[in-house]
Design a binder for this molecule. Structure first.
Ligand code: HEM
Length: 187
């Protein structure tokens, strides 16, 4: 006779389903910005998976709602406004952006980021699925452009005064996403 205590059976992981708020096909494993870094998601000649709509696709994040915890829309808008101040001074990036519609560009990127991190889904209601790689195809996103984009984003992020964990969470995503956006290695 063993006196080991009887344990209840393990509960099925029912909330690990792959259907997020946008239906099936958006899986937690594709949270990575780059299809190429997701095992099995990429093979030669196949386009990388689109960026996910939500960081929390597949269920609640264990650390709650990142969007709320960093300060909601105001924080993302500060980040993006600061980022575009840097972009406007950049000789490679500035010409890519619509000179007359910086405000529109600010709203689009802010909307995308707030949706991704758990805020309102206004971005997709207005713009549809992000399909970010596709939307970047008209632009020459080579490693130089990517590094410049990241430089301005890093400088903007540093002005926010987030906690180290929040900062590295956001930065890790932005870095992966920027690498996934590269669409040419031509100078
Ligand atoms: C790697 C370097 C990148 C370059 C050079 C670049 C450049 C651009 C340009 C020129 C636009 C058009 C501006 C507009 O009218 O909205 C744009 C749009 C946008 N970018 Fe990027 N981008 C980069 C990376 C990223 C990353 C990493 C993200 C996401 C984390 C992102 C998210 C967006 C979004 C959401 C839009 C608006 C899409 C739409 O709804 O039309 N971009 N980008």
């Amino acid at each position: 006779m063993s006196d080991a205590p009887k344990r209840p059976p393990l509960l099925p992981l029912s909330n690990a389903s792959t259907s997020g708020p946008f239906g099936s096909g958006v899986s937690a494993s594709s949270v990575s910005a780059s299809g190429a870094s997701v095992p099995g998601a990429s093979s030669p000649g196949v386009a990388p998976a689109p960026l996910t709509l939500r960081a929390s696709a597949g269920g609640e994040r264990p650390d709650g709602n990142f969007y709320e915890s960093v300060g909601g829309r105001a924080t993302f808008e500060r980040l993006v406004r600061e980022f575009y101040r840097g972009v406007a001074t950049d000789p490679v990036l500035a010409p890519m952006y619509p000179e007359t519609d910086y405000e529109g560009a600010i709203q689009r990127l802010t909307g995308f980021l707030e949706q991704y991190w758990g805020g309102p889904t206004t971005y997709s209601e207005q713009r549809g699925h992000p399909r970010l790689r596709m939307r970047h195809m008209p632009f020459r996103v080579n490693p130089d452009a990517r590094d410049r984009w990241l430089l301005h984003m890093r400088e903007a992020l540093d002005t926010l005064g987030l906690s180290p964990l929040q900062e590295s969470t956001l930065w890790g995503y932005l870095e992966r996403a920027a690498h996934a956006m590269v669409n040419t290695f031509e100078e």
